[in-house]
Design a protein around this ligand. Structure first.
Ligand SMILES: CC(C)(COP(=O)(O)OP(=O)(O)OC[C@H]1O[C@@H](n2cnc3c(N)ncnc32)[C@H](O)[C@@H]1OP(=O)(O)O)[C@@H](O)C(=O)NCCC(=O)NCCS
Length: 317
């Protein structure tokens, strides 16, 4: 039955209220019934979704829907949304409620991720005016590392591989140029962390998206990769040599026009590196990267390191 079925009375309105302690057991059961557990992974982060703030939808005194959310960095993430009365407006009410919560919290954006098999959810978010911000190809492999119970295939056999990120801006887009002081510092730090995490999961679309102008300056080798095309070629070449290349962040420091990151870079030499055939050896080297900003915009990552210390580890007998 849908809302257009003229032989049945239209469903009564779905009323929203914040979740209350009496909902706790139902919230946990409801989330586990869809996500297999109360842990829900999005963009490489595990949420205990049953402990998040949420909205409960009720119709005629019965619970008919649940939405949980997480507010961070001026944006509200819808972590879970589910309707017990599909195609009767419950999902829409919940999403409208999330927009109100986001506005009240001073957020400029709501966003969420779904998986590539969930065509119904994608149709729903599109119908509700949300837009695809990014397709994170292969992201579910990372999620599976955090939550091994995530199956490799959906019930209909579709391989579960990608995260699809939807967003909706709640005001002028984007609001960041007006940032200053602590808010600017917070924005820059969040962007640098997102950038380094996206590098770790090889989500290069997202790495590029963190730049206003993509540019790497590798002081250790004297190479500069400027513009999206050159930066993508650099990703392809460096990850060809070190397919598991990743960083372990130690500290971030703020300067007037930059954020300085101290980190270890790690990788295993499994592909050609210039003239050097794959050695199969791993390296770990301490580095510093200056993330250069113009206001709120990231315009360059300038990396200081000793390339000799990498080569010595690869070439050791
Ligand atoms: C996604 C979900 C929350 C939508 O809730 P809902 O109560 O069915 O949504 P609504 O009734 O408000 O739908 C609004 C519009 O979205 C679109 N829509 C919703 N579900 C759709 C589907 N399965 N296929 C195509 N379009 C859909 C339609 O345009 C619909 O309007 P219509 O019914 O008048 O045609 C619900 O399907 C659900 O609980 N799914 C299971 C859990 C889940 O996958 N959650 C999302 C995880 S990311």
């Amino acid at each position: 039955m849908t809302r257009t079925d003229s032989t049945d009375a239209a469903p009564s309105a779905c009323r929203l209220r914040p979740r209350a302690p009496r909902d706790d057991a139902w919230v946990a059961e409801s989330i586990a019934s869809v996500w297999g557990a109360v842990d829900v992974v999005s963009r490489g982060r595990v949420h205990r979704a049953d402990q998040l703030p949420g909205l409960v939808g009720e119709r005629d005194g019965e619970r008919v829907g649940l939405l949980t959310y997480h507010v961070q960095d001026g944006a509200l993430e819808v972590v879970t949304i589910q309707s017990l009365a599909p195609r009767t407006g419950v999902g829409s009410s919940l999403l409208d409620g999330a927009v109100r919560v986001a506005r009240d919290a001073g957020c400029h954006r709501i966003w969420l991720v779904t998986t590539n098999d969930n065509t119904g959810a994608c149709a729903f978010y599109s119908a509700r005016g949300m837009r695809v911000r990014a397709v994170h190809a292969g992201a579910l492999e990372v999620s599976r590392g955090l939550k091994p119970s995530i199956p490799t295939r959906a019930e209909d056999g579709t391989p579960l591989e990608d995260e699809i990120e939807f967003e909706q801006w709640l005001g002028a887009e984007p609001p960041v140029p007006a940032l200053s002081g602590a808010a600017l510092r917070e924005h820059r730090e969040a962007l640098v962390r997102r950038h380094m995490q996206a590098e770790n999961v090889h989500d290069f679309d997202d790495v590029i998206a963190t730049f206003a102008h993509p540019r790497y300056e590798l002081v250790g080798t004297g190479r500069v990769h400027d513009g999206e095309e050159e930066v993508r070629a650099y990703f392809q070449q460096s990850r060809g040599a070190f397919p598991d290349q990743r960083n372990e962040l130690h500290a971030l420091h703020h300067a007037d026009d930059a954020v300085l990151a101290e980190f270890d870079l790690l990788g295993t030499h499994l592909g050609p590196l210039g003239d050097l055939a794959p050695t199969g050896r791993a390296f770990r080297v301490r580095m510093a990267a200056l993330f250069v900003f113009e206001g709120a915009d990231l315009v360059c990552e300038r990396v200081y390191f000793d390339s000799g210390s990498i080569l010595r580890q690869l070439e050791r007998p």
